[in-house]
Write a protein that binds this ligand. Structure first.
Ligand code: MC0
Length: 142
């Protein structure tokens, strides 16, 4: 069901500072920046590698305000890994299969994610303390 690690989401206080750190330390570059109001984040995707069905990325996340998932996470735990996102070919059928195992779905239906993806989150309390995201990439241009 899982095709690859699509991205690791990292919560940070200052997006621009963290982008500069990742670029100068690891030689990765930003391929996309977005503000996702629905998710309450300003985010940047830094490309790491290409895999089956899409790339893999580091996703840096700064909250747009304190009362958001990432804002609450920072207040409680400080900067660090916020979630792990796996690539799937069909997020709706993956949700159905995983929901059927008893894992709580935060999103019953896919939502809009970075770079035109469809995403859905699984509850960290049912995934060993790891907030887990499923990502379906948009079709690649042929
Ligand atoms: C919260 N908890 C986490 C966690 N966030 N555990 C592991 N990793 C995380 N990131 C734990 C808390 O420590 C707490 O445990 C319990 O879950 C409840 O947390 P809370 O702080 O009281 O907050 P809730 O319950 O209001 O919300 C938690 C929940 C929420 C995971 C449901 O953050 C959520 O819906 N997240 C999904 C959306 C999201 O994160 N969006 C931002 C990224 P204790 O033991 O203290 O009770 S958007 C994104 O990434 C998009 C743009 C993309 O990829 O393209």
């Amino acid at each position: 069901m899982l095709l690859r690690i699509d991205h690791v989401g990292i919560a940070c206080e200052n997006l621009e500072e963290k982008i500069a750190f990742y670029e100068s330390t690891f030689g990765v570059t930003v391929v996309s920046r977005e503000v996702n109001e629905e998710q309450g984040v300003k985010e940047a995707m830094l490309h790491v590698a290409d895999g089956e069905g899409g790339g893999s990325y580091i996703q840096l996340l700064e909250p747009v305000h304190a009362d958001t998932p990432v804002g609450k996470f920072l207040a409680k735990r400080g900067e660090g890994v916020h979630h792990v996102a796996y690539g799937v070919s069909d997020v709706t059928s993956a949700l159905e299969a995983i929901g059927g195992t008893g894992v709580r779905l935060i999103d019953l239906h896919p939502r809009h994610g970075a770079m035109g993806t469809s995403i859905a989150f699984l509850h960290p309390k049912d995934v060993g303390g790891v907030l887990t995201e499923l990502v379906e990439s948009p079709p690649r241009p042929s």
